[in-house]
Design a protein around this ligand. Structure first.
Ligand code: HEC
Ligand SMILES: [Cu+2]
Length: 349
């Protein structure tokens, strides 16, 4: 299902809200480079001709230096460098601050394919259907080595790292089919780890989603795992008050958690992941380390579904056994913005 561009293009298409911003900065850099290349090269030629040696015994006039000149050629480059810095930081924050109100897609990379799951349950391999004009947030991890999720036409790229979650977001502005590449060398078939992002008009997307509606949503699947893995026996809704041996999970997402050590951590996706795979790493204050590890018992996809389920729980309505909130509305109570740190991976740890 690869789309082969029919004509040669100097630049990829601008198909997301980021594309214009990235390109403007890029052209600014190219413009500055061109300007100074021309200025310096013509300066060299001009002075070489003007001050050429005219007789073999010529002795040039000594130059005493010029404060004014030095100040100018320090100040101007400084201002230019700062303009690049400020502009670059602006674009950087626009890209790496993950919006809260977005459509949540879960991505698992592996050698050599991309597996995606929609909040409504649809799964896709090497293809991702998304609506135009809506923010889409990807929460990504991999089963094996580092990959990188790269959509040139959107000007977005993010590493996909084993053992943790990275996130990225985009908003497509044009319907069409766009290349998805793995941009981190990941073994023999790295070059075949490609896919297609299919951007649809909102009504088309709605039709596509409801046309494939038989699957269970990540939240529903997560609830199943929660029951099957026995989490519900310790994590009762109501927590200790209800007789549970573990803390109540409803409502913890995005909130600070007090640890046994006195430290506080924010319960983001990476914290939930660690709590399930390596419960001993961070013990919740007031509890003992009785939770077994689920390392090796849950796949990356199941883990993402468990986390989607925990995120969907609300203290009043949801519980370990009650039916989850409808999948399509789960993004509303997600609080990934808590992770809007400035690091390139968008993660805290
Ligand atoms: C034997 C009882 C038990 C089982 C089974 C159990 N847990 Fe736990 N869980 C605990 C206890 C006790 C804690 C608090 C101590 C700690 O942090 O390890 C905890 C902590 C957690 C936390 C961190 C909670 C917070 O408030 O920060 C999460 C998330 C979690 N468990 C998820 C799960 C999931 C998902 C499962 C099933 C895959 C599961 N647990 C199974 C007992 C259990
Ligand atoms: Cu790869």
């Amino acid at each position: 299902m690869q789309q082969v561009p029919s004509e040669f293009k100097l630049m990829p298409e601008q198909a997301s809200t980021m594309a214009g911003q990235v390109d403007a900065l890029y052209f600014y850099l190219v413009g500055i480079t061109l300007f100074f290349t021309v200025l310096i090269v013509s300066g060299i030629i001009f002075f070489a001709v003007k001050y050429r040696r005219r007789s073999p015994y010529e002795i040039p006039r000594p130059i005493a230096g010029s404060m004014k000149l030095e100040t100018i050629w320090t100040l101007i480059p400084f201002l230019i460098a700062m303009s690049i810095f400020v502009w670059g930081a602006k674009v950087y924050f626009a890209q790496y601050r993950i919006p809260k109100d977005a459509l949540d897609i879960y991505v698992v990379g592996k050698q050599w394919m991309w597996k995606m799951q929609h909040p409504t349950g649809q799964r896709e391999i090497n293809e991702l259907h998304i609506p135009m004009g809506r923010k889409v947030r990807l929460t990504m991890t991999t089963e094996d080595v580092i990959h990188s999720f790269y959509i040139p036409d959107f000007r977005v790229k993010m590493d996909v790292v084993p053992g943790r979650y990275t996130q990225m977001w985009f908003e497509a502005t044009k319907p069409g089919r766009y290349h998805l590449f793995c941009a981190e060398y990941c073994g023999m078939d790295h070059s075949k780890m490609r896919g297609t992002i299919v951007v649809m008009r909102p009504d088309e997307y709605q039709a596509w989603v409801s046309g494939n509606a038989s699957q269970m949503s990540p939240v529903q699947l997560g609830e199943q795992h929660f029951q099957n893995l026995g989490c519900a026996t310790c994590h009762l809704n109501g927590g200790r008050d209800a007789g549970g041996r573990g803390p109540q999970l409803a409502g913890i997402f995005g909130k600070p958690v007090q640890l046994e050590t006195g430290q506080t951590v924010v319960a983001d996706e990476n914290y939930l992941r660690e709590s399930i795979l390596n419960p001993g790493a961070k013990i919740v204050a007031g509890y003992s380390a009785i939770m077994p590890t689920y390392q090796g018992q849950v796949s990356e996809e199941q883990l993402l579904q468990l986390i989607a389920y925990i995120k969907s729980l609300t203290p009043q309505g949801g519980s370990g056994t009650a039916s989850p909130t409808p999948a399509s509305s789960t993004s509303a109570n997600m609080n990934v913005g808590a992770q809007a740190s400035g690091s390139p991976s968008g993660q805290r740890r």
